[in-house]
Write a protein that binds this ligand. Structure first.
Ligand code: PEP
Length: 250
């Protein structure tokens, strides 16, 4: 399997100070006893980034635990009321940024072109972008999964992309359902091929994560796919024990 495997927790819009502090401390403590080939990333809301950074750092530099954000703006500063730039995130000690999550594509009308501009901004600030792609149930039923993924890989990645790709079938997010494992395996090799043509090289170093209803129970099956770079976890990342059990299966 690709090493290290990444286990990314997307807290979404969850976490007041006390609860997020408790969660981050429990994860940081548990992370100490994980094998070397696993790396955890916590992506709290913007308001908790600084305090979670403090908690992660308190555990020392050897902790396989890093900080991520859930979005960034396309530019580094300017008249953009309410926005946060990649440069501001990097300045806080953030290492990763999730871009193009389906909730942002759907609820905020984010297009592949906008996401690519955000990827450029993240790369310029030295952040590692985690770009989310995935088909909806309707697109899947219409047999359009391959075209949809090809369009997203083509449009939302930069030419020299060195970040992380997260395959998140929209219908699997928050639904309790994951794709059949043989289908997921085929989709991963499809994505590998799409990356080769998008990045014009056979030597693909972009880890591919799976996201959508990853639980401790499903994790061993998901991680049995040898080429999988890791997982992106939503609701199960809000409980330290579940999140750490997923990490143990990586
Ligand atoms: C997500 O939204 O990125 C996600 C994977 O959510 P969940 O694990 O809750 O399905």
């Amino acid at each position: 399997p690709p090493s290290p495997r990444l286990v990314v927790g997307n807290w979404k819009m969850h976490g007041l100070r006390e609860q997020s502090g408790r969660l981050a401390r429990a994860v940081a403590e548990g992370a100490q006893s994980l094998p070397d080939d696993v790396r955890l990333v916590l992506c709290p809301p913007f308001t908790q980034l600084a305090s979670v950074h403090g908690i992660i750092n308190a555990e020392g530099p050897a902790t396989p635990l890093h900080l991520g954000a859930q979005d960034c703006h396309t530019t580094s500063s300017g008249p953009h009321t309410g926005n946060i730039s990649a440069e501001m995130l990097a300045d806080l000690g953030v290492r990763y940024v999730i871009l193009g999550h389906s909730e942002r594509r759907q609820a905020h009308g984010e297009t592949d072109f906008l996401i690519r501009q955000k990827v450029e901004a993240a790369e310029a600030a030295g952040l590692i972008p985690i770009v989310c792609i995935g088909e909806t149930m309707q697109e899947r039923l219409e047999g359009r999964t391959t075209t949809v993924l090809a369009t997203q890989v083509e449009g939302s990645l930069t030419d020299g992309f060195t970040g992380i790709l997260a395959y998140e079938p929209v219908w699997a997010i928050g639904s309790g359902t994951i794709p059949p494992i043989d289908e997921l395996e085929r989709t991963l090799s499809l994505l590998h091929g799409l990356l080769q043509s998008r990045l014009k090289t056979d030597d693909i170093r972009v880890p591919i994560l799976y996201g959508g209803s990853v639980t401790p129970a499903q994790a061993p099956t998901i991680f049995s796919i040898g080429s999988l770079g890791g997982v992106l976890v939503g609701s199960a990342s809000l409980e330290a024990e579940s999140f750490l059990r997923i990490a143990e299966a990586a």
